[in-house]
Write a new protein. Sequence first.
Length: 228
Amino acid sequence: MEKAITSKLIHPERMTNFVLREIMSLELPIERYSNNYHAWSYRWWLVNHLFLHEVLMPNAEKEIILQAELSSTYRWMQTHVSDFSGMHYRHTILMLSIGEKYSNYQTVLEEELSENEGRLAKYFGHESLWHYRRNILYALGLQIINESCEHPGVPDQIELSNWTLSVKLQEQKLVAHINSHLKESSKSFNNSYDEIRGLNEKLATRHLEWLEIHFNNILKRHCEKLSK
């Protein structure tokens, strides 16, 4: 497959349809086998090759494929809240779209956080949703730092600390909201409520610990690396 693409054995005018057909062929194994790492990895390889190699395809055609993948994975995440492989793929597509300047990073990532918040309040006890949220928060922090580096001067550590503090407060409110919503929904869980509540509290606590212990330090190291 790599030779067919890099050697230009596929006519440039047919490349878009070829990639889209290959992606469609992966829908069945992805649907049949949850967290199908190999299928999602091949899907990413297909899309990524369009940008890593000088494939003869207009940028407008590449954007069509990216937007199609963003729409497809958005629908996927509505019904597959435990499939972290699919969520990781969506995250890489989002970052590729931002890197290619097809999307405004702040708008896209903040919308993604809002969507994720809605799923957390609806689907309790899914670790994949919390992991995905941390990926988006981290990506948002990196984009903010990278943007500040495009201007003269060193990235503002105080500004970064203030931003991470506001994120921590926002996430604490989110956890309180989810716990309150979970309590209101307790009647529908019957005897499993205590188990679900315990799991959800454990995942939420891990999330807040990650913010407190790792989040700010990771961003600071990235900031310092860019300042050198």
